[in-house]
Design a protein around this ligand. Structure first.
Ligand SMILES: C[S@@+](CC[C@H](N)C(=O)[O-])C[C@H]1O[C@@H](n2cnc3c(N)ncnc32)[C@H](O)[C@@H]1O
Length: 325
């Protein structure tokens, strides 16, 4: 449970794209080193260790090949696990901040800025490669989640949906594609919002989608029938989450309307994914995951109440909130 050798060896393989390099068959170590931009001797030592752990094969000395386990690390594998483990990508790199977990738990300092000198959000704002890798990961995650969200809620009862912190627009595109009468707005920072323009175009729904570059702690575009926060609230501690919900409630209630606020977040489960994500949020961004009781408290503090909860198979809940008048 406490071994660090295997996770770092696997992440080294993922970062160097070794599974992709050998996907078509066995290759000599020197060739793998050349294609991955690595030194042959240390690379061979990592590969030999991984073979003993069941990842890759070594059919003859210094020749390595693929196996079922390595195929899961290929770029085209479902779920994109290579990207999550890539030490050059935003999340794989953020995992390295766990070395500071003990100091965060002692109350000495936040883990991520202590590890990297600035916050996760500052890193994304200043490093386009990290920011693009993060948006791509969110796209991979949303590609799996969006169809389930689209099927779980009768979206046709809304005229306009605003996806707050909507990233590249995967969820919004799914909703607009399925509901030809629906209009959409996406609000996000300039990087993801810029990418969303092209993405929504590529999905053929750009004519029904408005993309707004903005800070979601500022007033949101008013008048939509539903404001969606998908995997957004967990990035924030309670006070900020209440501020953000307050912005959604204010926009949903503009001109005396009674729009909905839909929170989509992972809820507590049996297999520990919720608690793992809770630690990740704490270490990466100082955020937190919330069970329904805690969600109810922040929702109430923002002048809303929970009207319904719809569970999805993957452990996310769609929590619909209405104004508490
Ligand atoms: C965890 S991602 C979730 C993206 C998307 N909702 C999804 O489920 O894939 C959080 C999103 O919030 C956006 N975000 C963070 N801070 C923001 C801010 N102050 N104003 C607007 N968007 C922000 C990020 O750019 C990112 O797209």
């Amino acid at each position: 449970m406490a071994d660090l050798v295997t996770p770092f060896a696997v992440r080294t393989a993922a970062t160097l794209r070794l599974a992709d390099i050998v996907q078509d068959g066995e290759l000599p170590l020197d060739e793998i080193a050349k294609r991955s931009g690595a030194e042959a001797d240390p690379l061979g030592r990592v590969l030999r260790y991984l073979v003993r752990r069941g990842l890759f094969t070594e059919p003859e000395p210094d020749v390595f090949g693929p196996n079922e386990a390595s195929r899961a690390l290929q770029a085209d594998a479902p779920g994109g696990s290579r990207e999550w483990l890539d030490l050059d990508g935003a999340v794989g790199r953020a995992d390295l901040a766990f070395v500071e977990l003990v100091e965060q738990v002692r109350g000495h300092h936040a883990a991520y800025p202590a590890a990297f000198g600035r916050s996760f959000r500052e890193d994304l704002a200043h490093d386009p490669q990290l920011s693009d890798s993060f948006d791509d990961l969110m796209e991979t995650k949303s590609d799996e989640l969006a169809p389930a969200i689209a099927a779980a809620v009768p979206w046709e009862r809304f005229g306009r949906v605003t996806d707050v912190g909507g990233g590249k627009g995967v969820l919004l595109a799914e909703l607009l594609e399925r509901h030809p009468d629906l209009l959409g707005t996406l609000v996000d920072l300039s990087g993801p919002a810029g990418t969303a323009e092209g993405y929504l175009e590529s999905r053929g729904v750009r004519d029904r989608a408005e993309v707004v570059v903005g800070d979601f702690f500022d007033p949101l575009p008013p008048g939509a029938d539903a404001y969606v926060l998908c995997d957004v609230l967990g990035d924030w501690e309670d006070a900020d989450a209440v501020r953000l919900l307050g912005r959604c409630a204010e926009a949903a209630g503009a001109d005396g309307r009674e729009g909905s606020v839909l929170i989509i977040e992972l809820l507590p489960d049996q297999d520990g994914e919720f608690t793992e994500m809770d630690l990740r949020m704490m270490v990466y961004v100082g955020g937190r995951m919330r069970d329904l009781d805690r969600t109810e408290r922040i929702v109430g503090a923002a002048g809303l109440f929970i009207a319904s909860v719809t569970m999805l198979d993957d452990g996310h809940g769609v929590i619909e909130c209405l104004p508490d008048r």
